[in-house]
Design a protein around this ligand. Structure first.
Ligand code: CP3
Length: 341
């Protein structure tokens, strides 16, 4: 197996800087749109052969150094019948949002083998087929809670509501406790099925103050990473708009920190001296620009990644659906050629 991604994750020297893209599976690939079944994304991701094929499409097309499982952060919640639906073009929708402690009985325990056997089967197919490491993932409790509390895809609102519910502390804590258990069960099952690394997405946590993050969220994240530490695989943690939280996220037990495009990697490093590697951080909107601009952006990221840490090249958030696949392919080639030793 090609190991540049794993070596860089451990902060070890590599023959070139590895690259992968958040949301590389699906989105802008025409071969994805062809294969994807009608209906919501759930129809496609619960068919192991199809989900495995969609996972592999970007590996063939872009030559990236890692694969990310084609699934979604809401899958465990959908599978336990928590009342979440994936609506095409919109994202997760919860018809009856979670607003008080009495509703938490709707969140039953998650049994990965029974509830999401299709995910584990997809991983088993991929581990046989892939020649690059496979990354499994989960949504972090705060980000999952934001969807459950708000109920709809209006993200700005979700943040406001979630922050508001911090005032109903028993409800909020009980919700995060339940979600933490679900996340741990999900990630353990993916690791035991064969993924080589995991990423915990706390996409919306940047809306919290450092004080609230440390008090309400960090202990749950630490519990998740502590329960996975013995597997000795890269544990990646990522959020958006988290400049003010990086020093705390660096203490979460993650071994790799994903950085969005707002902070230069050299600055991020000063805030998180303990992690082995940084992942990121080209602005995804830059991929819509002329190649000369993209090239400048890529070279800047590579310049900022010099230092005492491993670097996994990625975007600062997910691939935008409008992105031209040829630009992503050219980025992979540029990073590889610029960093070849
Ligand atoms: O390529 C990959 O990264 C692997 C697969 C993956 C998907 N979702 C597939 C998907 C991953 C890692 C996710 C994570 C995810 N899902 C996050 C965290 C990462 C991030 O970007 O911040 C979040 C917040 C979600 C929730 C979600 N799922 C939303 C908001 C949406 C709709 C809006 C959008 O961006 O398209 C989804 C739907 C979804 N998940 C699609 C895909 C490929 C949409 C395309 C489709 O319906 O075919």
């Amino acid at each position: 197996m090609k190991t540049t991604f794993l070596n860089a994750s451990g902060g070890e020297p590599t023959s070139h800087t590895p690259v992968w893209f958040m949301r590389q599976a699906g989105r802008s690939l025409p071969e994805y749109r062809e294969l994807r079944l009608a209906g919501s994304i759930v129809e496609s991701l619960c068919q192991p052969e199809i989900a495995a094929e969609i996972t592999m499409q970007p590996i063939r097309r872009y030559g990236v150094d890692a694969a990310i499982l084609y699934s979604d952060i809401m899958v465990p919640l959908i599978a336990i019948g928590a009342g979440v639906e994936m609506v095409s073009g919109k994202g997760p929708v919860v018809a009856e949002p979670y607003r008080d402690i009495h509703q938490l009985k709707r969140l039953r325990a998650f049994e990965p083998e029974e509830d999401t056997g299709f995910v584990l089967e997809t991983i088993e197919i991929l581990v046989k087929e892939l020649d690059v490491p496979l990354i499994g993932f989960a949504g972090a409790p705060f980000t999952l809670a934001s969807y459950l509390i708000e109920g709809g895809p209006s993200r700005n609102y979700a943040w406001g509501k979630a922050a508001m519910y911090l005032e109903d502390e028993p409800f909020f804590q009980a919700l995060l406790d339940k979600l933490t258990d679900i996340v741990i069960a999900s990630l353990k099952s993916q690791i035991e099925a064969g993924v080589s690394a995991i990423q915990l997405f706390d996409s919306w946590v940047g809306v919290l103050s450092a004080y609230d993050y440390e008090k309400y969220v960090l202990p749950h994240t630490q519990k998740i990473f502590q329960s996975l530490a013995h597997y000795n695989i890269p544990l990646i943690h990522f959020g958006v708009g988290t400049s003010h939280l990086l020093h705390l996220m660096g203490d979460s037990g993650a071994t790799v920190l994903g950085i969005d495009w707002r902070v230069p990697l050299s600055e991020a490093r000063k805030l998180v001296p303990n992690v082995a590697a940084l992942q990121g951080n080209l602005d995804p909107t830059l991929c819509l620009a002329e190649w000369s601009q993209v090239e400048k952006g890529v070279l800047k990221v590579l310049e900022e990644s010099q230092g005492d840490f491993g670097h996994i090249f990625n975007l600062g958030h997910g691939v935008l659906p409008e992105t031209n696949p040829d630009i992503l392919k050219a980025i992979v080639e540029l990073v590889h050629s610029q960093t070849a030793k």
